[in-house]
Write a protein that binds this ligand. Sequence first.
Ligand code: SAH
Length: 215
Amino acid sequence: MDPRAEDRMKFLLSLRTRGIRDLRVLRALELVPRERFVDPEYDDLAFADQALPIECGQTISQPLVVAFMSEALLVEPGHKVLEIGTGSGYQAAILAHLADRVVTVERYRTLADQAADRLRLLGLEQVKVIVGDGMLGAPEEAPFDRVLVTAAAAEVPQALLDQLKEGGYLIAPIGPPGGVQMLTRIRKKSGAEFDREDLMAVRFVPLLPGKATAS
Ligand code: SAH
């Protein structure tokens, strides 16, 4: 018996009612136990449609936004996806059900380790969690069919555009960190040609500059 079966059903129904249509995305949302990615003190809010605090002053994103981004990214089986901002690992787990491989980068080791443990316990071995500066992407794993940035920046870091395959899509919240950003979908038409499309207004925690290194 799944003790959260009713929560899970209402959760899926509310995402469907609010416009999520892609059956693969809905299936992924059904399969990933969100309650395992939420801090125990917020357990009763695990299925509420809101962002919740996690360690290191960060947040697990609002379910509707996770669902919306997962749908808009147009992920296909066989794809290799890069996520910037692992946080709890929830979004990476959803992507793992849509793509063949997911590489996710997090600047806080505490969060990266916790996320990696959760993903391993769920048997999601197709996800690789890297501790590092997401502004640099993951050059050793590039190129990627899709890139999803889950932290806000005024502009998309160039390295992420460089690591995207031609014809590939990148989604990122672009705008003032600390304010409202525009979730933007960018398609790489060729090496230096991009199409941009506004998707929806969102609020994400900031994409922070990488840690200073001793030179
Ligand atoms: N996708 C996450 C939520 C992301 S919150 C989830 O599903 O839970 C944004 C995350 O981006 C935070 O964990 C934050 O630590 C991380 N972050 C911020 N700046 C970063 C950077 N430069 N490189 C990598 N991660 C970064």
